[in-house]
Write a protein that binds this ligand. Structure first.
Ligand code: PFF
Length: 434
């Protein structure tokens, strides 16, 4: 059976796909606005420290466990102990729930690409964003279009679909990003944006900021729903996973920083506020685009960049349920993709409508969209990461010496995996639930 499993063409393809998974809406949409809400540079310093010291551990663990067990995640957990089967199931379920709201934002991006090419002359961008997200037909169609694009690549398989998407979209992403950064830095007063990003004001440190940084770090590195476990399970060679882990962390952090360097100078150059929340990319930036020469073109480039990043992450999210359906439930890849399309659509459409006609329907006091975001980011992802660390550290007995040459760091890794990271995740869960 193992021989029938898909695998990457090369180590480079794997790294590109893992970077493609990590670099997504979390870097370009979520990171700048959360950083804006938690005081800029001080958030950045905390986030960087957490990435290097803490998040490195669940990241390498997820990849190494996948590479070692070489199974889809439910069967992999079950092979360690049949009692863990249920914990395995939580991963593809989390994937389905995440995609249901992630793909809605993907749909918004498609709308803004279309908008960039049509001269509509919008005056009030906040009002437009509100009206658009409330329109049931447009948002549903765009969400389904985004979902279809991800499913299309995934249906073509690991080599022809996933690798192809990453090999073409990631370089395009990098080129557009560099062009946009040059543009943003050329604006008057752009240095104010850089100061905001890199000059920390330590009076802004708070427990909430620390937890927001930890949550963001886990989300951006795609930790906690089996995506990297699944990608790790497609590695054929026996080479160490350590260098790949560094590359993924470095690239993801670099792209988040570059996204900030692209966005904040432009915001400060126009005297706007960086703390406008989720609307930063869909309201504040479009306003800037209308104020500059060739704004339409720059707007199109920006949203195509966002689209490329979101597609490569979206593909990795759905690969977890697809792998389970194919390997565990013996569905053909095409059948698995069609089933998943229907499943995600069935959840995503009501979630899309929760901005408008279904706005009054509340689950635990939240709209469907907010509920999906809350339950995945605050509960399921930290919970899955917690179980992964506990299972790998205590049941699978994954040890640092098998991953890291330096004995001291290997020992630190063991302590981190068995005690420190689980404790931090429990704290994150506790405050996430409050
Ligand atoms: N890391 C992605 C981002 O930053 O947008 C989001 C993500 C992808 C989360 C894959 C989880 C995942 F499994």
């Amino acid at each position: 059976m193992e021989n029938n499993r898909p695998s990457w063409t090369s180590r480079f393809s794997f790294i590109l796909a893992a970077v493609g998974s990590a670099v997504g809406l979390g870097n370009i949409w979520r990171f700048p606005y959360i950083m804006g809400q938690y005081g800029g540079a001080v958030f950045l310093v905390t986030y960087l420290l957490l990435i290097v010291t803490i998040c490195f551990i669940p990241l390498i663990t997820e990849l190494a466990a996948g590479k070692f067990l070489k199974k889809e995640i439910i069967s992999a957990y079950e092979s360690i102990n049949p009692k863990f089967k249920l914990l395995g199931y939580m991963n593809p379920i989390t994937g389905i729930l995440i995609s249901s709201f992630y793909f809605i934002v993907g749909g918004w991006i498609i709308n803004y690409i279309v908008l960039s090419f049509s001269n509509t002359g919008i005056e009030n961008h906040a009002e437009y964003f509100g009206t658009f997200t409330q329109s049931p037909v447009a948002t549903s169609v765009y969400t389904l279009l985004f979902l279809f694009t991800c499913i299309f690549f995934a249906a073509r398989g690991v080599k022809k679909g996933i690798e192809f998407a990453n090999n073409t979209l990631m370089p395009m992403f990098a080129v557009i990003l560099i062009c946009l950064i040059c543009f943003s830095l050329s604006l008057p007063n752009s240095h104010l944006g850089l100061e905001y990003m890199f000059k920390p004001d330590f009076s802004k440190i708070s427990g909430h900021m620390f937890l927001a940084a930890l949550g963001q770090a886990l989300f951006t590195l795609s930790i906690g729903m089996g995506a990297l476990f699944t990608y790790g399970s497609y590695i054929k060679d026996d080479k160490s996973i350590l260098k790949s882990t560094y590359t993924i962390i470095l690239s993801d952090t670099m792209f988040a920083l570059l996204a900030g360097i692209m966005i904040f100078p432009a915001i400060f150059s126009f005297g706007l506020e960086p703390n406008s929340g989720a609307g930063l990319v869909f309201v504040t930036l479009p306003y800037i685009f209308t104020q500059i020469p060739h704004g339409n073109l720059i707007s199109a480039a920006f949203f195509i960049l966002l689209f490329a990043a979101a597609i490569t992450s979206g593909i990795s999210i759905i690969e977890v349920p697809i792998a389970s359906m194919v390997e565990r439930f013996k569905l053909s890849r095409t059948k698995a993709c069609v089933t998943l399309f229907c499943l995600i659509a069935a959840i995503a459409i009501p979630a899309t409508l929760s901005f408008g006609v279904l706005g009054d329907l509340k689950l635990f006091g939240k709209t469907i969209f907010d509920f999906l975001d809350f339950i995945t980011s605050n509960i399921l992802m930290p919970l899955n990461a917690l179980f992964l660390c506990l299972i790998a550290g205590w049941a699978l007995k994954l040890r640092g010496v098998t991953l890291i040459k330096n004995k001291f760091f290997a020992k630190l890794f063991d302590i981190g995996l068995k005690f420190v990271v689980p404790a931090l995740l429990i704290i994150l869960l506790y405050f996430g639930l409050k």
